[in-house]
Design a protein around this ligand. Structure first.
Ligand code: ADP
Ligand code: MG
Length: 386
């Protein structure tokens, strides 16, 4: 009977004489095996190396109201996601964090809530801030189980002792070996490249999601700082209210933000802009599309911009004269996502008569400045607030 006994006979043979098996292998397979063993040795060396690199994967985190960014020493920014967490109200389980959770804002079914646990520059919801922070740290580690990194976290200037403790504890629970806190305004200035260690006034205006933080820094210390609850979120709200009043059009938070980003300006644009907006008509109760232009959104943002400029004026008034003189030479640096409002720099320049510049990457200034602290422990010791 002609059967094909191949598989059977081989396994029977190898079971009977296991050590002779290699002798009958064709040359090509032997070569492949030796190259495999080379690969194994190589990958072992490689693993050792990555094991060593594990020990140096210190992290810098910008715990922002709108966005959380994580910077890894030697790598750069590895996480950049909205500070949003979606949880199941019934099971209390985390459904999504970051970008995915932000997509859910205003679209969740009854049992899921999308939460922004950082509000107005303070931690409004400890439990979820901790969960979110933990998620981002784990994501940064990317399953590197053995890492116990040092972590430096940029926190809002007006943080309370209890909030500080909560942030530090959650970083320790996420297996940090050392945790340091720094003020966002200070690291924003460092990230924007200001010479903050020199004796000379530097003014930084960080326009974030929940607050605008104004600080005057000299000799690595904060001489004046003030936080006003007027920033990106309030601008989104202003756009929503404006469209509701003028067009009876109801739009969501995310649409409000998109309109602000696309059309928002603080001073007339060289080239007018328009945009189509979809929402629900409040009177007819049906979806409707309208076209709006930049001048309308400028009007909508008017009060928000005026409040920010007013706070800058107050800061300038309260700054000691020697430092004021420095600021009038060096000017004001804008950081944070709000710095990207079109022509805001021009408007502040016009209203204060001072030079105004925007940081190179305003959304990343805080995390880049915090990241610098991972290799400058002397400065970190000077500025840390823990
Ligand atoms: P936080 O530090 O509070 O997390 P960010 O510095 O990340 O805040 O800034 C987030 C804010 O910046 C949001 O309100 C966002 O809408 C706004 N933003 C981002 N990009 C732009 C843009 N191009 N124009 C205007 N606003 C922007
Ligand atoms: Mg910020």
């Amino acid at each position: 009977m002609e059967t094909n006994p191949c598989g059977l006979s081989v396994s029977a043979q190898s079971a009977a004489k296991p050590y002779n098996r290699f002798h009958s292998l064709p040359e090509e397979r032997i070569n492949r095996m030796s190259s495999n063993s080379f690969q194994m040795r190589y990958s072992r060396i490689h693993n050792m190396r990555s094991l060593f690199s594990l020990f140096s994967s210190d992290l810098a985190i910008d715990l922002g109201t709108a966005n959380t960014l994580v910077f890894e020493h030697g790598k750069g920014i590895i996480v950049n996601e909205p500070s949003v967490i979606a949880v199941n109200k019934i099971t209390n389980e985390v459904e999504a964090v970051g970008r995915e959770a932000k997509e859910m804002l205003g679209r969740t079914p009854g049992n899921i809530v999308a939460i922004k646990p950082m509000k107005d520059g303070v931690i409004a919801d400890f439990r979820h801030t901790e969960k979110m922070l933990n998620y981002f740290i784990q994501k940064a580690h990317n399953r590197k189980m053995m890492v116990h990194p040092r972590i430096v976290i940029g926190v809002p200037s007006e943080i309370t002792q209890v909030e500080k403790r909560a942030v530090m504890d959650s970083a320790y629970r996420a297996k940090a070996s050392e945790v340091h806190l720094v003020e966002q305004a200070m690291v924003a200035a460092i990230g924007a490249g200001l010479p903050i260690t020199e004796p000379g006034g530097n003014m930084v205006v960080d326009i974030g999601g929940g607050t605008t933080d104004i600080a005057v820094i000299s000799l690595a210390g904060i001489v004046y700082s003030r936080s006003v609850r007027m920033a990106g979120n309030q601008m989104d709200e202003a756009v929503i209210t404006y469209l509701k009043r003028k067009y009876n059009l109801l739009i969501g938070e995310r649409t409000g933000e998109q309109i602000k980003i696309q059309l928002g300006s603080a001073y007339p644009l060289d080239k007018p802009m328009q945009m189509e907006v979809k929402g629900r008509n409040l009177i007819e109760g049906v979806p409707k599309t309208i076209t709006i232009d930049d001048s309308e959104i400028r009007e909508a943002l008017g009060e928000c911009i005026a409040t920010i400029i007013n706070a800058i004026r107050v800061a300038l008034e309260r700054t000691p004269p020697e430092l004021s003189a420095d600021i009038s030479d060096r000017g004001i640096v804008l950081t944070g996502g709000g710095a990207l409002i079109k022509n805001l720099d021009k408007r502040i320049r016009e209203e204060t008569g001072l030079p105004v510049s925007i940081a190179d990457d305003p959304l990343a200034s805080v995390v880049l400045g915090t990241g610098k602290m991972l290799s400058d422990f002397k400065l970190l010791r000077k500025i840390s607030i823990d």
